[in-house]
Design a protein around this ligand. Sequence first.
Ligand SMILES: [Fe+2]
Ligand SMILES: [Fe+2]
Length: 300
Amino acid sequence: MIKLSSLTTPIRTLNDEEYLISGALRTDQMTGYRTKAIIVIPFRNNEGEIMGAYQAINKMTPSELFSEKDMEYITLAASYAGKSLESALLTHEIEETQKEIIFTMGEIGESRSKETGNHVKRVAEYSYLIALGLGLSVEEAELLKMASPMHDIGKVAIPDEVLKKPGKLTEEEFKVMQAHTEIGYNLLKNSNRHILKTAAIVAYEHHEKWNGKGYPRGLKGEEIHIFGRITAIADVFDALGSERVYKKAWELDRILNLFKEERGEHFDPHVVDAFFEQLPAILKAQVRYSDANLQAKQGQ
Ligand SMILES: [Fe+2]
Ligand SMILES: [Fe+2]
């Protein structure tokens, strides 16, 4: 990079050596442009490390030269740019960290039960696709994708003898099990973070049914948040379609027939329609995030 000091006083046209070392010669040869004057001002993060630079080439005045004032202005702009860029990078980092923590929390919830880690990834993908199929915005669909992996987080507080019981649960045990919805909600509801607030809704409402026969509150129809209605079908689709120690995976046709029967009963009819519309994409996601694929990756 050309030395800044050589561009200070007097501000003048690049000499041959500067023209070469600045890299401008090479670029000009490729583009046919002729670089006569350059200002390069680095911008730095809070630690003073260079994170990028502003470069201005050939001022659009008859002399085509930059002035001291130009340097000053660009230096000022660079100091703002450095700060903005750093905070944008930090925001991105925080968001990525949040997503990772959320996924991990979801996996913890699932690992307590009989599901596999990829179950939450698949539910997230299916929920996203169904949300788009319903005409929700990409932002909303992405929000749901981030929040839905935590639908069963409340299972962390359910005792093993209930959670891992191989046979049918007694009425009493089923009540204990159902509490995972309220526990999950209570764990997450006090957060001010958008994703966690959404996750609280999903944890609370993913076992509600369109006909009002679900739990924990027996909400009906549109009383159930759309995110709860979407995660409900995504969760059931994955649970039925996956093989577990205690059961074989259902054939796709059998699941689709059940969904047709449960359209307007367990599930919101519009959500079922969106599910069928998105089925090709859902089946692709099922393969991409299959347990076999996960094991193959872990074995590498
Ligand atoms: Fe659940
Ligand atoms: Fe689940």
